[in-house]
Design a protein around this ligand. Structure first.
Ligand code: GLC
Length: 701
């Protein structure tokens, strides 16, 4: 223990071994609100501790909260102030729901576009991921709520997630997969959640090197490491490796009951139906055997004391022993406005022949199976019951001064859910069969046709294809045929294929915009705000991504070989000299920006003049990439994102934009020498995307 004479020290000394064990594994929350629950120790006035999902908002069964946009949407804003504000808001909502820790942010790197949980993560780039994770963590912790960055580490797919081993080099771990977690820890995260998977053959719950040597040793993490739910793979092995808290600590049946989950959920079965070591094989391990393991000396008493102290210290840090906690607030006007601002700023305009922004008086046809429901998010533990939501159609109807006609066109797309929604209306049947002809008719009659399409991603399963599900591609093609002023609005959790993209007048990606869906979409489509989003992931033809063999994804014999090494996302497309459909960082604005010369203000800050040369106010995201000097025998990415700055410029306005450069972009991890900054001349490129470099300057290291 490291607070001699402190309250935690006193408590830990007073606790019996049985009481200590009760503090390091979960139990059923008698109020059924917490995702993970510690009952505390009444004898010593140690209060309960409540952990709640998730990265997109607070999920308490039957209690609503603000449904923020998907994490990948937050990333598309390239705006850290918004990220921190979202963290603050989620912290306040967690408190309002009587919770002490939020199980987020999710920050695994987007390694493969098929991963069902990409919507819960940020980017293919480690610098953008790290910055966003740190900002959200800072916001959550500022509200005396424990942030839980997850899933540590290399949980980059859902297929066989309970057992797959990410076979990765130390360099890829250090340069790509670990930086987000390191930044989250440095931002003050009070806990870290281990992932289900193995890394190089060892389960993360049992991974001594990554939990104790790296996370706690090298990075100085003094919070607690909590397992993913039923993700503890041993008792002594995990405790001695550095796991501090086993969740949920109860059986799967108790969990399904506590969360009104679909009784038939196959959450823990393999996609191939292969019986994996089901949750009950990994349920309640610490409750059953940790005390005995300590008794026998398999787990040193000092390790149990450290586990307890790490948890008690975080409880003390957030004021649980003082009772000094404000009650937070949920679904406030500020939170609603923030959710809308993030969703609007996240919207990426991929193509626009000038049809956007819409004229307020335009007669509009809205087509598509998703337009009638707000796209809150994907399936899984991140699901939020929103307090207030605006479907796309409603938002456009509220904003338009012309007529707005709607036709569903094709069958609805259902996003899988972990939770029982008896009330959910049954899919279309009988005479409400959607009619493609009706959609085409509506489109032909309108000044502009807006087709709203979506994918349907979920935790526990990866996407089989990057194509849009159902008959949405057919719908877009038919509408585009009927009206040459067709806009496609994509509501996706990541990259999708767009076979019709050259046949339509505009394409925008709104990701999962959350509860503010229609309001945010309308504000962008009608130009009330500039299209400010930029791609945090590369959009490209399915087979052109680097993990395009079964060995690499989803793996063979429970091993996914990360043989692309550091060449993930744009790093791959640059090295392969392959042109993506839309590059990392891409996003059109309604305005137009000219770049002046760039120069280094100091060794880690670059400045560049930017002018809005259009007649419209706009918002630009200036991006800085670093191209390192060649080093014999070392494959280096052509460029790496080093920094960015979102800036608002009125028509005709110009300014000098300063961009701070992340030290990662100047370093590489050498398997022998560790972090290395090679001497030589580095080129700092400034531009609008990784493939639209406008100017550059040099800096020597
Ligand atoms: C889930 C998820 C994790 C979530 C936890 C509690 O399986 O992997 O992100 O926080 O269990 O629901």
């Amino acid at each position: 223990m490291t607070d001699p004479g402190g309250r935690v020290e006193e408590l830990a000394d007073a606790l019996t071994r049985e009481e200590k064990v009760s503090l390091v594994h979960g139990a059923v929350d008698p109020e059924r609100t917490a995702t993970g629950y510690l009952p505390g120790v009444e004898r010593l006035d140690i209060p309960e501790l409540k952990l709640v999902d998730g990265p997109l908002g607070v999920r308490v069964p039957g209690q609503s909260a603000t449904a923020f946009p998907a994490s990948i949407a937050l990333a598309a804003t390239f705006n850290l102030e918004l990220a921190e504000r979202q963290g603050v808001a989620m912290g306040r909502e967690a408190k309002a729901r009587g919770q002490h820790s939020i199980l987020g942010p999710g920050l695994n790197l987007i390694r493969v576009p098929h991963c069902g949980r990409n919507f819960e993560y940020y980017s293919e780039d480690p610098v953008l991921t790290a910055d966003l994770a740190a900002a959200v963590v800072k916001g959550v912790q500022s509200e005396d709520v424990i942030a839980t960055p997850k899933h540590y580490v290399a949980n980059n797919q859902e297929t066989k997630r309970l057992r797959v081993s990410a076979e990765t080099s130390e360099r890829a771990l250090r340069e790509l997969y670990l930086p987000g977690f390191r930044a989250a820890v440095e931002a003050g995260a009070g806990s870290v959640m281990t992932s289900y998977n193995r890394v190089n053959g060892t389960y993360m719950s049992d991974h001594r090197r990554l939990l104790t040597d790296v996370l706690k040793g090298e990075w100085g993490f003094d919070g607690y490491v909590v397992s993913d739910w039923f993700g503890t793979n041993s008792v002594a092995g995990s405790a001695n490796a550095g796991l501090d808290l086993e969740m949920p600590g109860i059986t799967f049946e108790e969990l399904k009951d506590a969360f009104q989950m679909d009784p038939d959920t196959d959450l823990f079965e393999d996609a191939d139906g292969e019986a994996l070591p089901g949750p009950d094989a990994k349920a309640g391990l610490f409750a059953a055997s940790l005390e005995e393991a300590v008794e026998s000396g398999d787990v040193p008493e000092s390790r149990l004391d450290d586990m307890v102290a790490r948890i008690l210290r975080q409880m003390e840090r957030i004021g649980l022993f003082d009772g000094e906690r404000d009650e937070g607030a949920v679904d406030t006007p500020e939170h609603r406005s923030l959710a809308e601002t993030i969703a609007a700023r996240a919207t990426v305009l991929l193509e626009n022949d000038g049809v956007l922004p819409l004229d307020a008086n335009a007669d509009v046809a809205i087509l598509g199976p998703g337009a009638e429901d707000a796209m809150l998010g994907g399936g899984g533990s991140s699901e939020v019951e929103s307090a207030h939501e605006t479907p796309t159609l409603d938002g456009i109807r509220a904003r338009s001064e012309g007529t707005v006609e709607y036709a569903q066109g094709v069958a609805k797309i259902r996003t899988p859910s972990f939770f029982d929604h008896e009330s959910e209306e049954e899919p279309e049947t009988g005479d409400d069969e959607p009619s493609l002809d009706e959609a085409v008719e509506r489109a032909a009659e309108a000044d502009v046709a807006v087709v709203v399409v979506r994918d349907a991603n979920s935790e526990a399963e990866d996407r089989e294809s990057l194509r849009l599900p159902g008959e949405q591609d057919e719908l877009v093609a038919a509408v585009a045929e009927a009206n040459d002023r067709t806009v496609v609005l994509v509501q996706s959790g990541g990259p999708v294929e767009m076979p019709w993209r050259e046949d339509v007048a505009a394409v925008a990606v709104a990701w999962y915009p959350g509860q503010a869906d229609g309001d945010a979409v309308a504000s962008v489509l009608y130009g009330d705000v500039d299209a400010a989003g930029r791609l945090p992931v590369t959009f490209a033809p399915e087979g052109s991504y680097p993990a395009n063999t079964e060995e690499r994804f989803p793996g063979v014999d429970y091993e996914a070989r990360y043989d692309e090494d550091v060449f993930v996302g744009y790093r791959h497309f640059d090295a392969a000299e392959s042109d993506p459909t839309y590059p990392f960082g891409h996003g059109r604005s309604y305005a137009e920006f000219a770049y002046g010369d760039a120069s280094m203000a100091d060794e880690s800050t670059v400045e560049v003049g930017v002018e809005n040369v259009s007649e419209r106010d706009g918002r630009e995201v200036v991006q800085a990439y670093v191209a390192a000097p060649a080093v014999d025998g070392i494959d280096r990415p052509r460029r790496e994102l080093a920094g960015y700055a979102a800036v608002e410029l009125a028509a005709g306005e110009s300014t000098t934009v300063s961009v701070s450069l992340n030290e990662l972009a100047f370093q590489r991890y050498d398997e022998d020498g560790g972090w290395t900054t090679d001497e030589g001349e580095y080129t700092v490129e400034l531009g609008r995307s990784s493939r639209d470099v406008r100017t550059e300057t040099n800096v020597s290291q």
